[in-house]
Ligand binder design. Sequence first.
Ligand code: ZN
Length: 81
Amino acid sequence: MKQVYKCDFCYNTNENPEKILEHEKDCYANPSLKKCWTCIHHEDEGMPISGSMMRCQKGMSYDEQEEYEGNGNCPLWENGN
Ligand SMILES: [Zn+2]
């Protein structure tokens, strides 16, 4: 059996705690980063036939949404957890 370290926010694990600490600073599920994935306004508008399509309900453009999904710090972010 191996001991691994787990991200506080998602299911990512690693044997090296340094790597997990690094990961947590940029984890899509870390609410302090204010990325779309933890935001209450990020909702799935997809259909079963087209698959999932997460869209900002605050009227962000696709470009803006892509930016905030990746880099976080959205001014309109609200905790959806
Ligand atoms: Zn994580």
